[in-house]
Design a protein around this ligand. Structure first.
Ligand SMILES: NC(=O)c1ccc[n+]([C@@H]2O[C@H](COP(=O)([O-])OP(=O)(O)OC[C@H]3O[C@@H](n4cnc5c(N)ncnc54)[C@H](O)[C@@H]3O)[C@@H](O)[C@H]2O)c1
Ligand SMILES: [Zn+2]
Length: 359
């Protein structure tokens, strides 16, 4: 498999995203500078699988590594502080490099450490989940506050993204589904052809070539958007397609019941549903629903009341004004943001619940 490369122009610097098979074993080749020290942060699931390869691939550089527990709970002030302590104790300086080897959790947490330690040191994203095609590109890094997700963070672009698709084949089915929902989201923002080609995919029989192609496409779409609107003034908001209901469901059900992408998948269907009411258009609701179903996405609202969902939607930090700002689709490839009143939202939610079960 050939290695693909996409270049992204961030406001601070340009960086490459390299996507290939087995490229974790060539990590050193992609370092853009002679670093005095490399610090790899990863989690307990990834470490036994891929850490030794990356350690070896950094030789003969001086390398230090840290393995933290897996899961969203590490995106916290406590773990952040612990990592900073380690950085100080290991004498990391402005000529050190941090490598985030893992999914979106490691990428967000280690990225935020890199963004803030000594006012910022270089870091590289080495995504190991499909979902991390999204989180590793665009420079958004963050940790959670008890009162909300991703409330403490920064825009801080990596020096490179090294994406080894080989690592994706140890992911469990839930994580594969989670990542693919974000890919489908990008396809919907982009164009019908891409969307249709994604719907041809059977997640059970995913090949390395297909996953690489889809990730490449997803990253191209995302990279183009973040280059145009790095700080989320307008266009980047389109990437929140499916997230109005997705985030609300995650928050309401407690993180862990649904993966992020599984919640977003339901949110995509909801965006179709609301778009139809607002624009009177014909989006392929049944086709998407069928695809999600046949790939075992859990499609239910778990009996959460519309009122409770609405309350969570209003908690989401992205709703600056009173009405909820929701990303809809005028058609596939043509996203738009509409302001939805509480009353309308409750109505949409109540109908949607039935539509999810019946149609
Ligand atoms: N910064 C952004 O722009 C952005 C965008 C989207 C999501 N996110 C963040 O990403 C996070 C979710 O990321 P995620 O879904 O990758 O979760 P994750 O990092 O928790 O990874 C999911 C699970 O898979 C395991 N895992 C990772 N790679 C593996 C591999 N190759 N083989 C086997 N197991 C592996 C992990 O240990 C974990 O248990 C959320 O915190 C979300 O807020 C950030
Ligand atoms: Zn998302």
């Amino acid at each position: 498999m050939e290695t693909a490369e996409i270049n992204v122009q961030a406001s601070t610097h340009a960086y490459s995203i390299v996507i290939g098979e087995g490229i974790r074993k060539q990590t050193k080749q992609y370092l853009t500078k002679d670093y005095s020290l490399v610090w790899i942060i990863t989690d307990e699931n990834i470490a036994p699988l891929y850490l030794s390869d990356v350690l070896e691939a950094c030789s003969p550089l001086q390398v230090h590594h840290t393995v933290i527990p897996a899961g969203e709970q590490t995106k916290s002030i406590d773990f952040y502080y612990q990592l900073l302590t380690e950085a100080i104790e290991h004498n990391l300086d402005r000529n050190s490099l941090l490598i985030a080897l893992g999914g979106g959790v490691i990428g967000d947490l280690a990225g935020f450490v890199a963004a803030t330690y000594m006012r910022g040191i270089d870091y590289i994203q080495m995504p190991t989940t499909i979902l991390a095609h999204d989180s590793s590109v665009g420079g958004k890094v963050a940790i959670n506050h008890q009162l909300g997700k991703n409330l403490i963070g920064s825009f801080y672009a990596p020096k490179a993204v090294i994406y080894d698709v080989e690592t994706l084949f140890t992911l469990n089915k839930k994580e594969i589904r989670s990542g693919y929902a974000e890919l489908v989201k990008e396809a919907l923002i982009s164009d019908e052809l891409t969307f249709n080609s994604f719907l041809q995919t059977e997640l059970r029989t995913l090949s390395k070539t297909t996953v690489k192609e889809h990730i490449l496409k997803g990253i191209q779409i995302k990279a183009h958007i973040v280059e145009t609107d790095e700080k989320e003034a307008n266009m980047r908001k389109y990437l929140n397609l499916g997230h109005t209901l997705g985030h609300a469901l995650e928050a309401q059900l407690g993180y862990g019941t649904l993966t992020h992408g599984e919640a977003v998948a339901i949110g995509l269907l909801f965006a179709f549903h609301v778009s139809k009411s607002v624009y009177n258009n014909h989006l392929p609701f049944s086709e998407l629903k069928q695809w999600l179903k046949s790939n075992n996405y859990p499609l239910q609202l778990h009996s959460v009341e519309p009122q409770a969902i609405l309350a969570k939607m209003k908690n989401d930090k992205k709703n600056e004004q009173q009405n909820i700002q929701m990303v809809l689709l005028e058609q596939i490839g043509k996203p738009a943001i509409e302001s939805i009143t509480d009353e309308d939202m409750l109505y949409y939610l109540s109908i949607f619940e039935r539509k999810l079960v019946n149609e």
